[in-house]
Design a protein around this ligand. Structure first.
Ligand code: KG4
Ligand code: ZN
Length: 337
């Protein structure tokens, strides 16, 4: 089935074409340039930019896939979670295409897009999986029993992992987005230079908390005003902070592996493109002799290919939506009908 996917949940305008889990194109238009000067995503500006570029992005995805719009057999679009002013742009375009072409429309949960992005690069992945979604907006640890069957084990009680990195980047005066920049400058730095609290909560076994870590960084920076003029100390501090985020994420996953006798872990979301996180998880799975599945970096961050892929799976199971499909700012992992 030729499925066109559309993703506009935050600051990336993306369209992609998938056929039988095979990625034919995946065009991603990043808005980093627009939001850089504000140090974060400005929803109204993001929504406006999606409107300006979406037609070009969709046309480009069709062209790269070598298909015409009248060959597309279904449209999959991100329904949420995300910024409503942004989601509405993708939903409007998806509905217009589905209506004019009289083809099925299916809404996709962005989180499921991240979780299943690995299927774009591995055709056969066995269930059950332990899934860790770590992005700018979410940190969720879950058991994935099958397509559309989840058991959420834990999530963040405050900041998401990516948010914790982005806020730290801003505090340290680094380039935007902070997560990517912290990854870059930490590569050859000393991650043991500063000790930070690991992001665990006492209340629950599998939940995360990153706000204490952020406060610890704030205090450290206040007490070391000389840092700003010392790139090497700044890199060591970034690496140490990043390590605390990584150990926080890994610690919960380690516990879940023990408890549920896990044999396969899926790591996904923008933060999963982080070099050190990938390395730490790789070391862990080697030790445990279990399998780690991580999409390539481009498929970890927001993209429409993953949305088209999940849309195709839903359609195969007879799940589709009508034109009342609406944007959902808040949307957790929900089991399919
Ligand atoms: O999945 P994503 O593209 O968007 C959301 O759904 O939130 O994730 C974006 C997040 C941002 O917080 C960004 O800083 C972070 O992913 N990120 C990274 C890296 N690349 C993107 N964090 C750490 N290391 C990276 N290399
Ligand atoms: Zn995302």
């Amino acid at each position: 089935m030729l499925v066109l996917g559309i993703e506009t949940s935050c600051d990336e305008t993306s369209a992609g074409v998938v056929s039988d889990r095979h990625l034919l194109s995946n065009v991603i238009f990043s808005q980093d340039e627009i939001h850089r000067k504000f140090g974060g995503v400005v929803p109204e500006l993001a929504g406006r930019r999606h409107i300006e570029v979406i037609t070009e992005v969709v046309n480009s995805a069709l062209e790269k896939a070598g298909v015409r719009l009248n060959e597309i057999e279904a449209v999959a679009v991100t329904q949420g979670p995300g910024l409503v002013v942004c989601l509405l742009v993708g939903l409007g375009v998806a509905k217009a295409i589905a209506f004019s072409r009289k083809i099925p429309l299916v809404g996709v949960n962005h989180l499921e897009g991240h979780l299943f992005a690995i299927f774009l690069e591995n055709k056969e992945v066995e269930f059950p999986l332990l899934g860790l979604i770590a992005s700018g907006g979410h940190t969720i640890l879950c058991l994935v029993e099958d397509w559309g069957r989840y058991q959420v084990l834990g999530q963040t009680l405050d900041d998401a992992a990516g948010e914790a990195l982005d806020k730290a980047g801003k505090l340290l005066g680094l380039d935007y987005p902070g997560g990517k920049e912290i990854d870059r400058i930490s590569r050859n730095a000393n991650s043991k230079a500063v000790s930070f609290p690991i992001a665990f909560t006492k209340q629950s076994q599998f939940d995360y908390s990153f706000s204490g870590l952020k406060t610890a960084l704030l205090h450290y920076v206040k007490n070391h005003p000389e840092l700003k003029d010392n790139p090497s100390a700044l890199a060591d501090l970034s690496a140490s902070y990043q390590e605390a985020v990584v150990q926080g994420l890994l610690g919960r996953a380690e516990k879940a592996v023990e408890r549920f006798k896990i044999e396969r872990i899926v790591l996904s979301g923008g933060v999963a493109s982080n070099f050190r996180l990938r390395e730490a998880f790789s070391e862990f799975v080697q030790k445990k002799r279990i399998k780690l599945l991580v999409p390539s970096a481009r498929l970890c961050t927001d993209n429409a290919g993953m949305i088209a892929l999940v849309g195709e799976e839903k359609l195969k199971r007879g799940i589709q939506d009508d034109f009342r499909l609406d944007a959902r700012a808040v949307l957790g992992l929900e089991n399919w009908r």
